[in-house]
Write a protein of this length. Structure first.
Ligand code: F6R
Length: 242
């Protein structure tokens, strides 16, 4: 895992945006795997700026988001679909038909899971996967456990994750209890992975990701097995790295 430690969140965000832009210059029709949450917001902002400056072009880009809350429709303000359109897609020239986000409302779970993975395969797989990391080491919504799922699946969120997400809702009761997430399989099959982390709350998870045993109780530790992972983290997130 290549680790780049930055002075603060803004520098992390700029460097991450530069790396994504550089990637898209080399491969204009890249397939991006995207994350939501607080961490990539600064990177998305800068990508929008770079798009306005003519430095990055999304017209041939395909995207697949990692996850979505179950029970929230795509126009619900707390859905990840809404987040992505609001924070990135509406401001750049990505084509709507090239944007993929797992549906939060569906009838047949198995079909959703299968269709999402098939769509990724048809697109040729994920070239660059952007990841955040949970305080407990979760990746997407692959939560710590005795084992990890390879395939796209439905997960109950842990109490810790529900609490961490509550800041985006008016009350903790509104936070969905389940999500659909890409499994570890498609994440680990991404050709390149760019993991971002900021703040001392992430320091332990980052240290365990890099130095710890590979353990399903720390899902991010599996990234040690991936040949092309870059972590861009700020100094607070890096403070427990030896
Ligand atoms: C979101 C996702 C999550 C977040 C993680 C960190 O699509 O996959 O794994 O990356 O919960 O969230 P923040 O960035 O809000 O600390």
């Amino acid at each position: 895992i290549q680790t780049i430690v930055t002075a603060h969140y803004e520098e992390m965000s700029q460097l991450a945006a530069d790396q994504v832009a550089a990637f898209l210059i080399k491969k204009t029709n890249a397939v991006l795997g995207l994350a939501t949450g607080g961490t990539p917001l600064g990177m998305y902002d800068r990508l929008i700026q770079m798009y306005h400056q003519g430095k990055v072009d999304f017209s041939h880009v395909t995207t697949f988001n990692l996850d979505e809350y179950i029970g929230l429709s795509k126009d619900h303000p707390q859905s990840y679909a809404y987040y992505m359109w609001h924070h990135l897609f509406s401001h750049v020239n990505v084509h709507q038909e090239n944007v993929h986000i797992p549906p939060g409302v569906f009838e047949k779970q198995e079909q959703v899971q299968r269709d999402y993975e098939q769509a990724i395969e048809r697109a040729g797989g994920i070239d660059l996967q952007i990841l955040g990391i949970g305080e407990n080491g979760h990746i997407g919504f692959n939560e710590p456990g005795m084992d990890l799922e390879v395939a796209t699946h439905v997960v109950p969120l842990t109490e810790k994750t529900i609490q961490a997400n509550a800041r985006f809702f008016t009350s903790i009761d509104e936070v969905p209890r389940r999500a659909v997430t890409l499994g570890m399989g498609k994440i680990m099959q991404a050709k390149h992975i760019l993991l971002l982390a900021s703040g001392k709350e992430k320091a332990r998870a980052i240290a365990q990701t890099v130095n710890g045993h590979i353990d399903p109780r720390i899902p991010s530790s599996f990234l040690q097995l991936h040949p092309h992972v870059t972590m861009i983290i700020d100094k607070e997130a890096a403070q427990e790295l030896q």
